[in-house]
Design a protein around this ligand. Structure first.
Ligand code: ZN
Length: 147
């Protein structure tokens, strides 16, 4: 066995993005009375996302998203919901900053296990026109949480 080279890692990440796109996690809507909502749009791609999030005190107790658009936007939303479910608001803010660093091309952020499946989006850093696609899930979440 050899260590994965960058081409293999890229193929693995591509597969992970497609998996989240085809089988999105936490897709749906929470009851309006028990949740806050935030939205984001990306006119460049036609991407739309709405994130609903419920809090138990300072902690995210449930999060869902709905939307349509490119595979990056929808996969990023699916990955984001997995990361923030059960986290405190401070942890959510820290994850959002870390993900921004990943999109800015920071190699430490790209390898940070705390970003989970979202590390698969590290390749988007090379394509500035797609940054919005990847970031909008976090923008919608932040809007919903008032962060
Ligand atoms: Zn897009």
């Amino acid at each position: 066995m050899s260590l994965p080279n960058s081409a293999k890692l890229e193929a693995l990440y591509q597969e992970l993005i497609l998996d989240h796109y085809r089988r999105p996690r936490n897709k749906g809507t929470l009851a309006a009375a028990a949740s806050a909502e935030g939205g984001a749009r990306n006119p460049l791609c036609g991407d739309e996302l709405t994130v609903t999030v419920a809090l138990d005190g300072e902690r995210v107790s449930a999060v869902r998203f709905t939307g349509s658009g490119c595979s990056i936007s929808q996969a990023s939303a699916s990955m984001m919901t997995q990361l923030v479910d059960g986290r405190t608001l401070a942890e959510v803010a820290a994850l959002r900053r870390r993900f921004s660093q990943l999109l800015a091309g920071d190699p430490d952020a790209a390898a940070d296990p705390s970003l989970g499946d979202a590390r698969a989006l590290a390749g988007v850093a090379k394509f500035p026109t797609r940054h919005k696609c990847a970031a909008m899930a976090w923008e919608a979440l932040a809007a919903g949480l008032g962060l």
